[in-house]
Design a protein around this ligand. Structure first.
Ligand code: NAP
Length: 335
């Protein structure tokens, strides 16, 4: 295949970023079509590229000049576009979450399996972040023995006014939900959320911070602290305690400086900057794999696991009780 001809559905924030990286930094792909409900926005993005502009995703997906689709609409609209891509037999990279319900994600899994070919990748970009890949390599080496428990923080300086308690799971911890079971090659069994003392300077409706616990089938427990009004920065940490040692996720590199009687190491302030390289690696890898007819990254089954786990955590937010996660065995198709 010459260049992979890509159609992008949804020209909002992340859609424009992916278009920019494909056009200006990555190789092997070209954006040939764009669509957005807000069609003026699509024209603004598509015309400078010479891309065909559509007002709906069905027309874009079925354009014979489009080889593969990137879906960057809001989560509630993903199901429609991914199903259209599967019907057309075209590969689709869908930003996270795959869909906003386990039922919808299961429908995608069933449609993909019925088609007999893996076509769907979900945008859990942390799997392409060098620091997580280094940790995974160390764990997989077996040198550290079995992982016993994990301690993670997802701290963010502030959130928009529309951010609510459920979003601490569905928007924030969703990244930990995907990366943690991948890191330790295990499956989740149950979920629990415990609310500690609440921060005072925040939207009074929002529960923040929250402590989330995920138990895996091996007995391993992952604890995720979500605190999205922490004020000091975007600080992602992960420490894995194993039988023979402890592994810490590497931190972004900032110089430590001495000034005004103190010694300081800055903390990243934005998730975009923290994971910028991971997005580039992720989309480049998707282009390369798609040109070979392969899917390398998180797949539709991982998208479904994320929904089921998030549903259990959201249920526990209301009661504090341990909620079972019933995902079943990963089908052979997705191994
Ligand atoms: P956004 O700025 O709101 O952009 C979404 C765009 O899609 C808007 O222009 C919207 O138009 C358009 N749209 C809505 N429904 C559509 C449809 N049916 N067909 C075509 N276009 C449609 O959102 P965003 O921040 O870019 O987020 C998009 C997705 O990426 C979300 O699922 C989000 O979770 C995900 N995301 C992932 C990461 C990550 O770390 N992997 C980071 C950021 C975002 P209107 O404004 O007219 O509705």
């Amino acid at each position: 295949m010459e260049l992979l001809r890509i159609g992008v559905v949804g020209c909002g924030a992340i859609g424009r970023e992916h278009i920019d990286r494909i056009t200006n930094r990555l190789s092997g792909g070209k954006v040939v079509a764009v669509s957005d409900l807000f069609v003026e926005g699509a024209h603004k993005v598509g015309e400078p590229l010479g891309a065909t502009v559509y007002s709906n995703s069905a027309d874009l997906v079925n354009d014979p000049d489009v080889d593969a689709i990137i879906c960057t609409t809001p989560g509630f609209a993903h199901h429609e576009t991914v199903m259209q891509a599967l019907e057309a037999g075209k590969p689709v990279f869908c930003e996270k979450p795959l869909t906003t319900s386990a039922e919808d994600s299961l429908e995608i899994v069933e449609a993909e399996m019925a088609g007999g070919k893996k076509l769907v990748q979900v945008g859990f970009m942390r799997r392409f972040d060098k620091s997580y890949q280094q940790v995974k390599e160390m764990l997989d080496s077996g040198e550290f023995g079995a992982p016993l428990y994990l301690k993670c923080t997802h701290w963010s300086p502030s959130v928009d006014d529309n951010y609510d308690t459920e979003m601490a799971v569905t928007d924030t911890a969703i990244h930990e939900i995907d990366i943690l079971h991948w890191l330790v090659s295990d499956d989740y069994e149950s979920a629990q959320v415990i609310m500690p003392r609440q921060a005072s300077d925040k939207n009074p409706e929002l529960m923040d911070p929250q402590l989330m616990f995920l138990r895996c089938k091996s007995g391993l427990i992952a604890m995720i602290e979500v605190f999205v009004n922490c004020k000091f920065g975007y600080d992602i940490n992960c420490q894995i305690v194993c039988e023979n040692g402890v592994i810490d996720l590497p931190k972004p590199s900032f110089p430590t400086y001495r000034k005004a009687g103190g010694m300081t190491t800055p903390i990243e302030q934005s998730w975009k900057k923290r994971f910028i390289q991971a997005y580039d690696v992720e989309i480049q890898d998707w282009i390369d794999a798609t040109r070979k007819g392969e899917v390398h990254g998180p797949d539709a089954w991982d998208g479904l696991i994320a929904n089921l786990t998030a549903d259990a955590l959201v249920a526990s937010q209301k009661t504090g009780e341990i909620v079972p996660i019933q995902a079943g065995e990963r089908p052979e198709f997705y191994k």
